[in-house]
Unconditional design. Sequence first.
Length: 76
Amino acid sequence: MTASDWQKIFKQLDAKPVVKEKYLKHNKPKTRKFGITVKKCENCGRFGAHIKSYNLNLCRHCFRELAVEIGFKKYS
């Protein structure tokens, strides 16, 4: 289970609050202060290939899509 997938199980556990509480106690990943899970793309949520220059906080895929709209020019 990846760092972002652990919340998907809540749909099944919403009907069982006691089981959900026990699940959270034992299986919830700890909040990170540094590392790959802290830097997420604000657009799509990917972890890798993160561009944080100019406070963009985008992955490289989303940056390529939005670069012209933001005001970046492509040099050949």
